[in-house]
Design a protein around this ligand. Structure first.
Ligand code: FAD
Length: 286
């Protein structure tokens, strides 16, 4: 099923993101976790792509398993970083052979040493390449607070429009912890003429450590209210998990109340977190 078709409907969609193991020997544990998440019957699931290493091959394997065994539509991710044109051609073929109708086209993070083999400087180049060769539903990334490398939000959103014009069918946002930032971004995106679905990405923070390096590097604003919650409960793992799930649920409820129908949850291979969110929303999204 094409995710863009799912997003056209009036029904609320809740989707989950999972990631492949860094090494092939972690596959069993990840397979088990992703199957538990798939068993919750989310609207669709995305599987991230770790550029380079064995995990890049596992993305498709995990996605295929979810779709075949649980009948949950999937969108594997694919990055420009460490991809040649030949590799991208191969990925399109493998995705289609697996009966998957969606592909998330990303640039990926440039390795710190800058060493990477890739034929596509930006996600837009990969999107164009895929669109010229297939009618796969293409998803792309967007950044309500601006991408970290981008000096000006105006440039970032102009490049975003180019991705949509090149063939992206829908966009998924980077995590944010203040919904007003998302509403403001949505307004700016519509204003520049981006009309495709923009799905907010919600990250439940269930361990204080998560707020550390990766959130700081992504440039995501941590509102005082949330910072105080993490400061207060962060030392107590059970309490932190609970309040992190409640905070994410609260964000989702606010989004739904403001007319946003499609929510993507960064479930980070945690079936218990995904299940708790589904349970919290059960009577709300019926
Ligand atoms: P781009 O759209 O190429 O943008 C990157 C930067 O270049 C931005 O600053 C942008 O403003 C600028 N830019 C864009 N186009 C142009 C242009 N034509 N000329 C000049 N500048 C331009 N990473 C992974 O490695 N694997 C994953 O599976 C993965 N999944 C993700 C899913 C989501 C929903 C999100 C939000 C991010 C994900 N990432 C993933 C991280 C992502 O790869 C990084 O944030 C990366 O730095 C940017 O990727 P992009 O596709 O947004 O790049």
């Amino acid at each position: 099923m094409r995710i863009s078709d799912l997003l056209k409907g009036d029904s609320v969609t809740i989707s989950f993101e999972v990631f492949p193991p860094k090494k092939a020997d972690g596959l069993e544990a990840v397979r088990e976790a992703t199957e538990k998440i798939a068993a919750l019957s989310p609207s669709y699931m995305s599987v991230t792509y770790g550029a380079g290493g064995s995990s890049s091959k596992l993305t498709l394997e995990i996605a295929k398993n979810i779709q075949e065994r649980f009948d949950v539509p999937v969108i594997p991710h694919f990055t420009c970083v460490s991809s040649t044109k030949e590799r991208a051609e191969e990925e399109i073929r493998l995705v289609q052979e697996a009966g998957i109708e969606n592909l998330m086209a990303l640039r990926g993070d440039i390795p710190l040493d800058g060493a990477t083999e890739h034929d596509f400087p930006h996600a837009v180049d990969l999107i164009r390449f895929i669109r010229e060769r297939s009618d796969i539903c293409i998803g792309a990334a967007c950044y309500p607070e601006g991408h970290v490398e981008s000096a000006h939000k105006a440039d970032d959103i102009r490049y975003l429009k180019e991705k949509v014009d090149a063939g992206a069918d829908f966009l998924v946002t980077q995590m944010f912890f203040d919904n007003n930032i998302f509403y403001n971004f949505l307004y700016r995106a519509r204003d520049i003429g981006i009309t495709c679905p923009i799905v907010p990405g919600i990250m439940p923070i269930t361990r204080a450590k998560q707020l550390g390096r990766s959130v700081a590097l992504s440039g995501t604003n941590v509102p005082e209210r949330f910072r105080a919650i993490v400061d207060h409960f962060g030392e107590n793992p059970d309490a932190m998990k609970k309040v992190g799930i409640i905070y994410a649920t609260d964000q989702i409820i606010d989004l739904l109340a403001n007319g946003i129908r499609h929510i993507h949850v960064y479930s980070m291979n945690k079936p218990d977190v995904a299940a708790a969110i589904m349970e919290n929303l059960a009577d709300i999204i019926k």
